[in-house]
Design a protein around this ligand. Structure first.
Ligand SMILES: *Cc1c(COP(=O)(O)O)cnc(C)c1O
Length: 356
């Protein structure tokens, strides 16, 4: 008699709940940190042409050599550092965890942080340690250093800026973590386009540092392209776990084309930053709403009855993210992605209506 899934599937997988993506059709969609702008018509026509003539009967270039060369230049990856591409940075997190998952190995992060760090630790069968942030969402450096010496993590993930809080941690505190870490430290710069800070140039200083970026939050979330930069001695090992054709031909072609017009994406990021300032000021001016400082393309804010307001917003056709109940520090917190001016106006009006 054949066995049931709960006798075959690993226990850590059985106890996971699948990453939930809320249905959003017909809604003002401000829940997923997407860039709300589309590409200019001219560029879309060029992309259509590229896709029409792409050799999709062939396997893609497994080394993605020309795309990597363009990314290296565009992101100013230091000479001597290697890069690896992933099907989104999610896949890169998974590759790193799989590579580090010796029996008993620990993945450490802070909390609240990007939920995939914890989930992927479970996928890979790693132990997970989440060190709570302080109430203002800054790093608790003493607790973090203590946890590092206690658990000796194989790998530490830090998002910079952090998701879902939006803030940049103190760079000196991150440096102390890198210096104290017995293993790898991955600085995840998914929101780099909206922040004026990076650890890219620290790659040369710290041999145990890896730096992760993605094109998702910059406007290409549907393409699925993430990147890891770091020393060749690490990247050589991680490459062995990358499935050979993880970045398809269409992704390679479109990413190269868009990178030739990177100014378009950077202008969109600048517009998002302007809207972020407007939205933050409007939220701060509303009675009973406390927005937190952000260097990302979203704003976390606290109010009373967050769950109720979230549902009211949804009824009014505006989808944001309810973080209440996901972590004690996020009690009564909602997260809104910065949209286009008209979307932000709809959100603010719906929020005012939902509070009343
Ligand atoms: C969105 C996000 C990612 C995932 O990006 P993809 O490249 O789309 O997989 C990674 N890290 C953080 C902190 C994020 O917020």
């Amino acid at each position: 008699m054949s066995r049931s899934p709960d006798q075959i599937i690993r226990t850590e997988v059985l106890s996971l709940s699948a990453y939930h993506v809320a249905p959003a059709s017909g809604m003002v969609k401000l829940d997923a940190m997407e860039n709300p702008y589309s590409l200019p018509d001219r560029l879309r026509d060029d992309i259509a042409q590229l896709v029409a003539t792409a050799p999709i009967n062939r396997y893609p270039d497994a080394s993605a050599a020309s795309l990597k060369a363009m990314l290296r230049a565009a992101l100013a990856v230091p000479d001597g550092m290697e890069i690896m591409l992933g099907n989104g940075s999610d896949e890169i997190i998974q590759i790193i965890a799989l590579a580090c998952a010796r029996p008993g190995a620990t993945l450490l992060s802070v909390e609240p942080a990007f939920v995939m760090f914890r989930m992927i630790a479970a996928f890979a069968g790693m132990k997970y340690v989440g060190v709570p942030l302080k109430a203002d969402f800054s790093l608790d450096i003493d607790a973090t250093l203590e946890a590092i010496s206690q658990h000796e993590p194989a790998v530490i993930f830090i998002a910079y800026p952090n998701n879902p809080t939006g803030n940049l941690f103190d760079a000196r505190a991150i440096s102390r973590i890198i210096e104290a870490a017995p293993g790898l430290v991955v600085v995840d710069e998914a929101y780099h386009a909206f922040a004026n800070a990076s650890f890219m140039d620290k790659l040369l200083q710290y041999p145990n540092l890896l730096l992760m970026r993605t094109l998702s939050k910059l406007g290409l979330a549907g393409l699925r392209l993430g990147l890891l930069a770091g020393g060749p001695e690490w990247l050589r090992e991680l490459e062995k776990l990358r499935l050979p054709y993880n970045v398809g031909i269409v992704t390679q072609l479109i990413a190269e084309k868009v990178l030739q017009h990177r100014d378009v994406l950077l202008q969109q990021a600048a517009a998002i930053k302007n809207e972020r300032a407007m939205l933050g000021a409007r939220l701060a001016a509303m009675h009973g709403i406390e927005p937190f400082p952000t260097d990302a393309n979203f704003i976390l804010f606290r109010l009373s009855e967050a769950g109720h307001v979230f549902q009211n917003l949804k009824k009014r056709g505006v989808l944001i993210k309810n973080l209440d109940g996901t972590h004690p520090l996020l009690k009564n917190c909602l997260r809104v992605t910065v949209g286009k001016p008209d979307e932000n106006a709809l959100f603010l009006a719906a929020l005012e209506g939902s509070l009343a």
